[in-house]
Design a protein around this ligand. Structure first.
Ligand SMILES: [Zn+2]
Ligand SMILES: [Zn+2]
Length: 818
């Protein structure tokens, strides 16, 4: 048996840690262990068992948590790939891959020290005169804590640890005072975090009777199993006091198996509704399905880019493909964007796949997430549908991964590890010899480029179902509107007339304004300053209903100012329009209309979102106003007009993906019009009417946009012609941020990085965010290998310069350079 094991821990360090294996425990590669780390206890994943004696003194593992690996070879390999590709600490990657935090309970406990006992003793002798400088109340609390702990110790007859919760409820001590007492060495603090088995039970199942000789321990175990009907919780067997090797031997001989069962699981809280999905396919859909099935049956990796216009019936093709996989007894994953998983979608999925589907969405509790994970791992659910992290579902015999709306930015995780689920899906499919299908009406430039280079097979769905036409798009130049009317309009005359017409015809309207709140800017006419967030270099947005000024980046809020906070002037103006104000304007213009709004202020969860969409679907609403949330994938048949009031402000930002993002948003929102019997129309108001993103979106011309945008990317050496990483240096202290970015800037200058362009250091477009000052570098290289080599060397140098790893953010394939 190996003496040591290397463990990947969820800490921001690019290394694994060696621990001694205890004689009575057998850790497994890919299984979890509980270990001491600095002053804490952490769970980590065993990545290697070995006998190489480390040079430093090492600690032993505290306990082994898993009898079977929680990450199989393929997922371990995938995790290592992510760590390597995105330069993320491997332990943090594994933590992201495993939604099992519910099985680990954090806790700390305190005990009184010799110094604490002395302090308590002296206080008793000298009275309150010895207790100087602190406030009497704080002192009283401190001695209450010491008293309590001393009493526990006397009662126990030995050192007694008291958990933080019970200590605090017994003495009403604050965390700050507790930390102060630990600093004074009156108290000892220890992490006593432990595993909680509530969400799973491990059972042992008897597979067959013995066909050879058994030793006494083995015999005892088998007999107990047989007596309890062939299955027993592991605790029952542990009570027999047989060594763990007995279990492992029996498993190896195929006599028993170890299974983990979730304690209980509720499928869904939503009530089922009749599915609207039609599996009556047109020839293009049939051809697409045929391609997918053929590829799956080949049992080797292939990638398919399914480019289907809005309303072309992509979802039905995905589900039919998955059903074929299920019938073949294999498994599949469907990834959907953040907002896509409403309870109604879940109900559809249950109707199609029954209990074979596991749905992983952001509203699940940690415990529910863990339960779903166990169902998937036990092969009870072989169809997995979920957002980003569902790409890590522990499925066996994976045949198909589908990424719906593959261009959607919610697939990119904006915290460590900064992986892109679409790209991870492609890599996982390769490892599993499976098929990956990327679907979108507006594929990302990267994916379309790959399809054009024959890395993926391009499958087109060029028509809407039932030959419905794409909507007609009319562009309204808002500068001209201003000249003709003499003042800044929110809703143009043309859009107002078209809305009126739809309301008279009892048809429905959607109006997009991609900005939350009432007014995005408060400006002082006297000193010219705006009202900014305390923590960010961002203007606060006026929210009228909440009567607050809110920061959309950190959540900070302030009262609505009556006078300028800088100079006291009363001439403060609320400028610009957000979705809240747009809704109010429409109410004023069409008092009879039933109007609702969909944005992050009106939607707290997917159920709110669905309630509003249902109301629209049932004809209980005439007009739906909202941010990009209204643009995503809904199929409402009564909408015949889509008004775009503001969706092009991104075109004015310093971001090379702005044109692509605008084109995608315009195309997606336009696609909401005319999905039923009546044809649709789109009124597109813009200040950038000559911009190609606007022009191509108006013509539904993806190929035209793609060619033009690709030429720009090629000239500017941006993806897909170049790999790119954003390196962000941040600190709450301005001089630290400056010093660190200067240090790294000099290093980039002095060290040769052939084939890598380094831009920066420059202040980040958002110079201050959540109290951090921010500087950044942008690195570009035609070679992924050279880019990552440079980044690795930079991180090593930063670490040698004592720049904390958490303050240097490396974002490989960054979507945002803000
Ligand atoms: Zn002012
Ligand atoms: Zn803020």
């Amino acid at each position: 048996m190996s003496e040591f094991c290397d463990v990947a821990l969820p800490v921001p360090l690019d290394m694994v840690f060696t621990y001694r294996v205890l004689a009575e425990t057998t850790p497994l590669v890919g299984g979890r262990v509980l270990v001491p780390f600095r002053q804490q206890r952490l769970t980590g994943i065993v990545v290697e068992l070995h006998d190489r004696k480390p040079s430093l003194a090492i600690k032993s593992i505290l306990s082994v948590l898993d009898l079977t690996p929680v990450l199989d070879d393929q997922l371990l390999r995938l995790g290592r790939w992510i760590a390597d590709y995105y330069l993320a600490p491997v332990g943090e990657v594994f933590r992201t891959m495993l939604p099992l935090s519910a099985e680990f309970k954090r806790a700390v406990a305190y005990s009184i020290t010799a110094e604490g006992r002395t302090a308590l003793h002296l206080a008793g002798l000298l009275g309150s005169s010895a207790r100087s400088r602190r406030t009497p109340e704080d002192q009283a609390v401190e001695f209450r804590v010491l008293d309590h702990l001393a009493a526990q110790e006397i009662a126990a007859g030995q050192t007694a640890q008291v958990r933080e919760e019970s200590l605090r409820s017994a003495t009403r001590v604050s965390k700050i005072i507790l930390s102060g007492m630990v600093r004074k060495k009156w108290l000892a603090r220890e992490d006593v975090s432990a595993v909680r088995d509530a969400s799973r039970t491990i059972k042992i199942a008897l597979l067959k009777s013995a066909d050879g000789k058994l030793n006494d321990n083995q015999q005892k175990l088998i007999e107990t199993l047989a007596a309890s009907g062939g299955r027993a919780p592991i605790e029952t067997l542990q009570a027999l006091e047989v060594p763990r090797t007995t279990l492992t031997t029996l498993v190896r001989r195929g006599l028993i198996e170890i299974i983990e069962e979730p304690a209980e699981f509720a499928v869904s809280r939503s009530k089922p509704r009749p599915s609207r999905l039609e599996f009556d396919f047109n020839p293009a859909q049939q051809a697409a399905l045929h391609r997918i099935r053929e590829a799956v049956e080949a049992r080797k990796f292939s990638g398919i880019l399914l480019h289907g216009v809005t309303g072309s019936g992509k979802t039905a093709v995905y589900l039919a493909g998955m059903r074929a996989v299920l019938e073949a007894g294999r498994s599949a994953i469907l990834l959907v964007p953040e907002i896509g998983l409403t309870p109604a979608v879940a109900a559809d999925l249950h109707q199609i796949f029954g209990s074979e589907v596991a749905i992983l969405h952001s509203a699940l509790s940690d415990k529910e997430r863990a339960q779903q994970w166990h169902r998937i791992r036990n092969s009870e659910a072989r169809m997995v549908v979920g957002t980003r992290s569902a790409v890590f579902a522990p499925l066996a015999d994976l045949a198909l991964i589908i990424v719906d709306e593959e261009h959607d930015s919610s697939y990119k995780q904006e915290e460590t590890p900064r992986y892109h689920a679409r790209d991870v899906a492609v890599v996982r499919a390769k490892m599993a010899n499976a098929v990956v299908v990327l679907g979108s009406a507006t594929p990302s430039l990267e994916s379309y480029f790959n399809a054009k280079k024959n890395k993926y097979t391009l499958v087109d769905l060029p028509d809407r179902v039932e030959r419905r036409p794409l909507p007609e798009v009319e562009i309204i130049d808002m500068r001209q509107e201003f000249q003709e009317t003499g003042y800044e309009q929110v809703i143009s005359r043309k859009l107002a007339a078209e809305i009126k017409e739809r309301l008279e015809r009892k048809e429905q309207v959607m109006v997009l304004l991609n900005r939350r709140g009432y007014s995005p800017v408060v400006l002082c006419r006297t000193c010219g300053k705006t009202l900014e967030c305390q923590n960010c270099a961002i203007a606060l947005t006026h929210h009228k209903r909440e009567h607050k000024m809110i920061c959309h980046y950190c959540g900070y809020f302030a009262p609505v100012p009556k006078a300028c906070v800088h100079c006291g002037s009363e001439y403060v103006y609320f400028l610009g329009t957000g979705s809240e104000k747009l809704e109010e304007l429409l109410h004023g213009m069409f008092p009879q209309a039933r109007i609702a709004r969909l944005d992050r202020d009106t939607v707290r969860g997917n159920e709110d979102f669905e309630r509003t969409l249902n109301a629209l679907n049932e004809g209980e609403l005439d007009v739906l106003v909202g941010t990009q949330m209204i643009a995503k994938g809904h199929d409402i048949h009564g909408v015949t007009l889509v008004g775009v009031v503001g969706a092009d402000s991104a075109l004015g930002m310093p971001d090379f993906r702005a044109a692509e993002r605008t084109f995608q948003l315009l195309t997606q929102v336009a696609g909401r019009a005319g999905r039923g019997q009546a044809p649709g129309k789109v009124i597109l108001q813009t200040y950038f009417q000559d911009h190609y993103a606007v022009q191509y979106a108006a013509r539904h011309d993806f190929a035209g946009f793609y060619d033009k945008e690709l030429r720009f990317r090629s000239w500017m050496h941006y993806p897909p012609y170049s790999t790119l990483a954003n390196v962000l240096i941040r600190s709450s202290k301005l001089d630290e941020a400056l010093q660190w970015s200067g240090t790294l800037g000099r290093w980039f200058e002095q060290t040769r990085h052939e084939g890598v362009r380094v831009l920066g250091p420059a202040t980040a477009p958002i110079m201050r965010l959540k109290r951090d000052y921010r500087y950044h570098f942008v690195l570009k290289s035609p070679s992924r290998e050279k880019l990552n080599t440079t980044l690795r060397a930079m991180l090593a140098y930063a670490s040698a310069q004592k720049i904390p790893r958490t303050q240097v953010i490396v974002d490989v394939d960054a979507l945002w350079l803000m």
